[in-house]
Design a protein around this ligand. Structure first.
Ligand code: ADP
Ligand code: MG
Ligand code: MG
Length: 893
């Protein structure tokens, strides 16, 4: 493999477009772009993601010419800076930073201060005229390099620092003198010798290559793999490696390091938001070791802090920083998350990326950026991940409940959560696996805790700020989170947390409020949220732009009302069998099933008819003129059968049929494979009187509604599980015959449509024939996926996770439509049906009707509607709008 693998930040021909991002990773591409914008970026270069892919494809070897490319790029940096890598008098130090195409915060490794050894540290001390700084940097380097490259865990070094502090009666790291730091460096090197079996590498070149390999290795670390899986990031992207000259935020009181968001990542408010630490380096802010100070004075006042804001302590530099922040936001047209360092009163930019944000913030930022004319409505709609709207359904605390607040921390991620206290990620995972609701309580969290955070209702930490690991990750997950609750003292050994004299053991119930930062003893009831004006605006825009109609799958009053609250435009699936399970009805239903003669069955059906009729009337009255698609009975009959003795006795009494006959009938009706058995249309072929009763109930309900409220309901009647055109023809005739009878009896003309569900591959392939007797098709994608894959939905959970792990399935096909296979079948079906009936209405009523990517796919096929469960309607509305925007964009290209 020959080619170019190394790109200097300042190279002219690179920009931040998508292909560059693929090649240089997000961090590398943005460093280059900031460089081109004329911002102060420490010089450096990026090793492209191709090398990482090459590394894994070629048994961890690298291309031949690659070595020399890195060398010459490093020479260029040396020239710009006027320092030399490995030089004893004036050494160039670098950071070696990972960076994939999309940011994976904290997932992969970075080494700072690389190039230091026993000689260069002396050169650094002389050059900076600050011996303490040089040795402080050296000990940081040994610790970080040992952790990342040599695999020696942090705590060995942390313990050593504690020892020295204790021996010398020191409290803060900043109080360590040169003498202590030299001592520390010696002890650190001893740790390396004993754990690693070799001395700490003194050769700068060796250090550099060690770190480069470590970054490649970190791409396949357990935590990176887990993160990729949870965020659907493909493994073959690989990571880039950025090598950049160091700037030192730890070189005295005119130096600092910090993180800044151009808008509030929690609320979206258009105000700079961030944290900094004086005389500190890199991860110090995020690691939660020292509690950082805030950047703006208004933020300081909000939190009632006493430590000075950056605006107060470094007024000129803050101005410069804010100007850069504004420039970056305008340039990228999005809220930015920025890393900066100040070295001896000079500002340096180290990173910028689109900031992670809560859904509330995403909505507000999108709406306000449209108002500021920074982006268009279409762009705004594409900015919001439909699935994230789920977060808005977060409950909040009932204000009227008397709660016992024990302390307050920083409100890091909104929503309220109650659960029992657990002190480790492993325990969180274990107990939640047993069905417990748990709250993870930690001093601080690290990437190793991700699993446990996922398993928890919420996260509480005693240290760290709004940009700490816990805060950032919780916001991403949409989990309530309170951080930096400093009055909490946690003792992991005895599984106890103390707040003043309140002692809380693991397993105790507590509640956190991510909106106020309150930590509350015991359980507090929660309430459902109301929607912000930003949410409403975005939904209005979505409705203006989308062409798909969004219906809902619902049949109960409760669900229909919820769906209408979310602007459901119709019912796409009303499952009549759900109405059969009510306790006062099931007896008659059972009676109908075990009936052995037509007369017996008709008698039972006559008892069910009035209840069905009043159900339909309730639905029509709620839905007004919106379409209501009613599916006739679709369920294996035996699912209704009694299986307990006492249920059989009740049935025997009600029906007059003796117990033994009932038992015998139940046995007879048992099916080996009910999913492929006597269900759907097949029931009506053998027992037409069931569909006759249901049709009659529908038509009579239409007439009662017309008489009562003076409108004709918009009814669609759907026959499930059709495989052949003959089934369709027979059942259509049946429904029409009933309609005729009702019409002549009542003298009212009924308008309605008859359609079918397409859920069998045969039906999909023969759609042109089936369409002759159907005004519409609704694709039942649950069953269609099941029958296309030959995969039972009820049994597949045993092995689908392994299929996903092994890369056989990209996604669970019951969650996200398999566009390649099932999607193709739907496409073929739609084409064939439209050929014979161009006006045929097409819709979706499987789970996939609420899955964003699937909704966008159905939009691309020009479908009329999708139908989903009530709470997924906002998600489907937004996804449908995104689908429209995307196809418009395609047309323009
Ligand atoms: P991550 O992707 O985990 O944020 P980074 O590569 O951004 O990792 O680096 C970790 C920390 O080190 C960040 O705070 C960053 O600002 C700091 N850092 C990275 N490179 C340098 C450098 N050349 N000089 C000073 N600080 C740096
Ligand atoms: Mg980091
Ligand atoms: Mg970073």
């Amino acid at each position: 493999m020959v080619g170019k693998f190394v790109y200097s930040f300042s190279e002219k021909n690179i920009d931040g477009d998508a292909s560059m991002r693929d090649l240089l990773g997000g961090k590398g591409a943005n460093l280059a772009e900031m460089c081109h914008l004329g911002l102060p970026v420490p010089p450096g270069f990026t090793i492209s993601t191709e090398i990482c892919r090459y590394y894994y494809a070629n048994n961890k070897n690298l291309p031949n010419n690659f070595h020399s490319e890195v060398k010459s790029a490093l020479h260029k940096v040396e020239k710009i800076i006027g320092k030399k890598f490995g030089d004893h008098n004036n050494p160039l130090l670098v950071s070696v930073r990972s960076g994939a195409r999309s940011s994976m915060p904290g997932m992969m490794d970075t080494v700072l201060n690389l190039g230091l050894n026993d000689d260069t540290v002396i050169g650094l001390a002389k050059y900076a005229n600050n011996e303490r700084f040089a040795y402080d940097t050296y000990r940081r380097f040994i610790q970080m390099y040992s952790d990342v490259v040599l695999g020696i865990e942090h705590y060995h070094f942390e313990e050593c620092i504690s020892d020295i502090k204790q021996e010398n009666d020191i409290e803060l790291d900043t109080e360590l003198t040169v003498y202590h730091l030299k001592d520390l460096v010696g002890r650190f090197k001893e740790i390396v010798r004993s754990k690693h079996g070799k001395a700490f590498p003194q050769d700068s070149e060796e250090q550099l290559w060690g770190a480069i390999f470590a970054v490649f290795e970190s791409w396949m670390s357990h935590r990176a793999i887990v993160y990729r899986k949870m965020n659907s990031i493909p493994e073959n992207w690989g990571t880039a490696v950025n090598i950049q000259s160091m700037v030192f935020g730890n070189s005295g009181d005119a130096s600092a390091t910090g993180v800044l968001f151009t808008r509030n990542p929690s609320t979206g408010e258009n105000k700079i938001y961030g944290e900094y630490l004086i005389n500190a380096q890199g991860e110090d802010v995020v690691a939660g070791i020292r509690t950082p100070q805030v950047i703006t004075t208004s933020h300081k006042k909000e939190l009632e802090l006493t430590t000075p804001s950056m605006e107060e302590s470094m007024p000129h530099l803050s101005k410069e920083l804010f100007a850069v922040a504004t420039k970056l936001e305008k340039h990228y047209k999005d809220m930015q998350d920025i890393e900066f360092t100040i070295e001896n009163s000079k500002l340096w930019m180290l990173q910028t990326r689109s900031g992670k944000r809560t859904t509330q913030a995403a909505l507000r930022i999108a709406v306000e950026m449209v108002e500021e004319k920074m982006i268009t409505k279409e762009e705004a709609l594409l900015r919001i991940e439909p699935e994230s709207l789920n977060q808005l359904l977060h409950p909040y605390l009932d204000k009227n409940f008397k709660k016992q607040v024990i302390t307050k921390g920083l409100p890091a991620s909104p929503g309220a959560a109650s659960g029992i206290v657990v002190f480790s990620a492993a325990e969180a995972e274990r107990l939640s696996g047993l069905g417990e609701k748990v709250l993870l309580v930690r001093v601080e969290t690290s990437p190793e805790d991700i699993h446990g955070m996922y398993a928890s209702e919420g996260i509480l930490t005693s240290k760290g700020g709004m940009t700490s690991h816990a805060a950032v990750v919780a916001r991403g997950m949409g989990k309530p989170c309170v951080v930096g609750a400093g009055s909490i003292k946690i003792d992991y050994d005895i599984q106890l947390m103390r707040v003043g004299d309140v002692e809380i053991k693991g397993g105790t119930h507590i509640t956190i409020d991510g909106e106020s930062g309150e930590v509350i003893l015991g359980y507090v009831p929660t309430k459902s949220p109301e929607f912000s004006t930003y949410f409403i605006r975005v939904m209005e825009w979505a409705d203006q732009i989308k062409s798909l109609t969004i219906r809902t799958n619902a049949e109960t009053k409760h669900d229909i009302e919820a769906a209408l609250g979310f602007n459901a435009e119709g019912i796409g699936l009303c499952r009549t069998e759900h109405m059969f399970f009510e306790p006062d009805r099931i007896v008659h239903v059972r009676n109908m099933i075990i009936a052995q003669t037509l007369q017996e069955r008709e008698k039972a059906l006559a008892k069910i008819l009035p209840t069905q009729r009043s159900d339909f009337q309730m639905i029509f009255e709620l839905m007004k003129d919106r379409p209501v698609n009613i599916r006739l009975l679709d369920m294996p009959l035996h699912e209704f059968l009694p299986y307990k003795d006492e249920e059989m006795q009740i049935l025997s009494k009600a029906s007059g049929i003796d117990l033994n006959t009932i038992k015998h009938r139940c046995k007879q009706l048992h099916e080996v494979n009910p999913m492929l058995g006597h269900r759907g249309a097949r029931i009506a072929i053998t027992y037409p009187e069931i569909y006759e009763m249901q049709s009659k109930a529908i038509f009579e309900a239409m007439i009662s509604t017309l008489k009562k409220l003076n409108f004709m309901p918009n009814v669609e009647i759907m026959v499930p599980l059709i495989a052949t055109e003959n089934e369709m023809k027979i059942l259509r005739t049946l429904v029409e015959r009933v309609a005729q009878a009702v019409m002549s009896e009542s003298g009212v003309v009924l308008n309605f449509k008859i359609g079918t569900m397409i859920e069998l591959p045969r039906a999909a392939l023969l759609s042109h024939k089936i369409a002759e007797n159907a005004e519409y098709f609704s694709y039942g994608t649950n069953d269609l996926s099941q029958t296309t894959f030959g995969l039972s939905r009820d049994d597949s959970s045993a092995f689908i996770p392994e299929y996903i792990e092994k890369g056989i399935f990209a996604k669970d096909p019951f969650v996200e439509l398999d566009v390649e296979g099932v999607g193709e079948l739907i496409k073929i079906s739609a084409e064939r049906a439209r050929k014979v009936k161009p006006t045929i209405k097409l819709g979706i009523c499987g789970e996939h009707g609420g899955h964003p990517a699937s909704v966008r796919f159905f939009n691309s096929l020009g479908f009329d509607y999708v139908s989903c469960s009530p709470y997924r309607i906002p998600i489907a509305r937004l996804a449908a709008a995104q689908g429209s925007v995307m196809s418009k964009m395609k047309e323009q290209v």
